[in-house]
Write a protein that binds this ligand. Structure first.
Ligand SMILES: C[S@@+](CC[C@H](N)C(=O)[O-])C[C@H]1O[C@@H](n2cnc3c(N)ncnc32)[C@H](O)[C@@H]1O
Length: 314
C-alpha cells in the first residue's frame, strides 16, 4: 500500500461481492484504516445508507472519515450518514448498541495500515530506524521497548515462539536478555541486529528479524485477544438472531474477515466453522478467498490475505 492517495484496499471486488451492499443499508467497518473498503461500499449505499467507521488509531480514523466524506457527494446533505468511532473493535458492538444500529454488513481487515508500518516513529518495521514502540494505538500503555527490556527471558521466548512461530525463540530471547544487561534496547535497528546475531547460518531472502517483529507487535497490541473477542461477539449476535432475538448484526447480514497470517486465519476458520455447524449462518466462502496474481503484482500486501465470510441466518 502506498500513501493515502495511492492506497488500494486488498481484495476490492471480492469484498464488494461478499458484502453485497444495497441502498439504505448499514455498513460497519471494524478496521477503517485509510477508508479504502469503506469508500467502495459507500458508493452503493445511497442517501439513506449508514457507515460506521471504527479504528483504534485516531490518525487513520480521521483519514478514513475524510476519504468517505469526499467519496459521498459533499454537496448532498442526504448522503449516507457516517459515524466515526475510535476504539478497539472488541468494544464496537456496545458502541453500535448506543447508536441504536444493526449492521447489514461487517468487515474486519486485520493488522496494520501503510500509514503505520511506513512511519519510522511507530517502530513497526526493521526497514526503518526508529524507537521500539509498535503500538497501533499510540495511547495504549505498553510499548515493545518495555516488553523487550522488562519481561523475563522465558516469557520473551514464549512470545517469540507463539506469535512469531520462530523455532529460534529461546536463542533470540537469551541474546536479548544478555544485550539489555549491557544497555537497554530502544531502537528497531538494535533489536534487528541482536535477532540476526542469534540466528546462525546463511541468510535466506527473509530478514531473520521478521518473526520477532511480528511477535512483539502482536503482543503489544494484544491482536489475537482482540480478534477472539470480536469473533465471540459475532458468534453471540448470530446465535441471538437464530433464536429470534435482535442483536447488533441484522438477520441476513454479511460478515467478512480478512486475515494476513495463520495465527489470525486459524481462529477465523474455527469460528466460521462453529457458526455454520450451529446453523447460525451460512458460509459464503467455501474456501478462503485469496488475491489473484494480477492483484498481488500491483499490491504485494495482498499476497497473504485470506477472506472468509458468512451470511447471518434470516
Ligand atoms: C489493514 S488496515 C485496514 C485498511 C482498510 N480496510 C482500508 O481499506 O483502508 C487495518 C486497520 O485496523 C486497525 N486495527 C487493527 N486492530 C484493531 C483493533 N483491534 N481495533 C480497532 N482497529 C484496529 C489499524 O489501526 C489499521 O488502521
Amino acid at each position: 500500500m502506498g500513501d493515502e492517495l495511492t492506497h488500494i484496499p486488498v481484495l476490492p471486488s471480492e469484498v464488494i461481492e461478499l458484502l453485497d451492499p444495497q441502498p439504505g443499508q448499514v455498513y460497519v467497518d471494524c478496521t477503517a484504516g485509510l477508508g479504502g473498503h469503506a469508500c467502495m461500499v459507500a458508493e452503493h449505499l445511497g442517501p439513506e445508507g449508514t457507515i460506521v467507521l471504527n479504528d483504534m488509531d485516531q490518525g487513520n480514523l480521521d483519514l478514513a472519515k475524510a476519504s468517505v466524506a469526499s467519496t459521498l457527494r459533499p454537496d448532498d446533505p442526504g448522503s449516507a450518514r457516517v459515524h466515526a468511532i475510535r476504539g478497539n473493535f472488541s468494544e464496537l458492538p456496545r458502541a453500535l448498541g448506543e447508536l441504536g444500529l444493526q449492521a447489514d454488513m461487517v468487515l474486519a481487515d486485520l493488522g496494520f495500515a501503510s500509514t503505520q508500518v511506513d512511519d519510522p516513529e511507530r517502530g513497526l518495521s526493521f526497514r526503518f530506524s526508529g524507537p521500539l514502540d509498535m503500538r497501533l494505538d499510540p495511547s495504549m500503555p505498553i510499548t515493545a521497548e518495555e516488553l523487550v527490556n522488562t519481561l523475563p527471558e522465558r516469557e520473551l521466548a514464549q512470545i517469540i515462539f507463539r506469535y512469531g512461530e520462530d523455532k529460534s525463540a529461546r536463542r533470540i530471547a537469551s541474546k536479548l536478555v544478555a544485550a539489555r544487561e549491557v544497555e537497554p534496547i530502544t531502537t528497531t535497528d538494535r533489536l534487528a541486529e541482536i535477532v540476526r546475531s542469534a540466528i546462525p547460518g546463511p541468510r535466506g531472502s527473509i530478514n531473520p528479524a521478521t518473526k520477532t517483529f511480528q511477535a512483539l507487535r502482536i503482543a503489544v497490541n494484544d491482536e489475537l485477544g482482540s480478534l477472539d473477542a470480536l469473533l465471540r461477539s459475532i458468534g453471540i449476535a448470530l446465535k441471538k438472531n437464530r433464536g429470534g432475538n435482535p442483536s447488533w448484526i441484522a438477520p441476513g447480514a454479511r460478515v467478512g474477515i480478512i486475515a494476513f497470517h495463520s495465527l489470525e486465519d486459524r481462529p477465523v476458520k474455527r469460528a466460521v466453522g462453529e457458526w455454520t455447524s450451529n446453523d447460525w449462518g451460512e458460509s459464503i466462502t467455501r474456501k478462503p478467498i485469496e488475491a489473484t496474481d494480477a492483484e498481488i503484482a500491483s499490491n504485494p500486501r495482498a499476497r497473504s490475505a485470506k477472506l472468509r465470510g458468512i451470511r447471518a441466518s434470516q
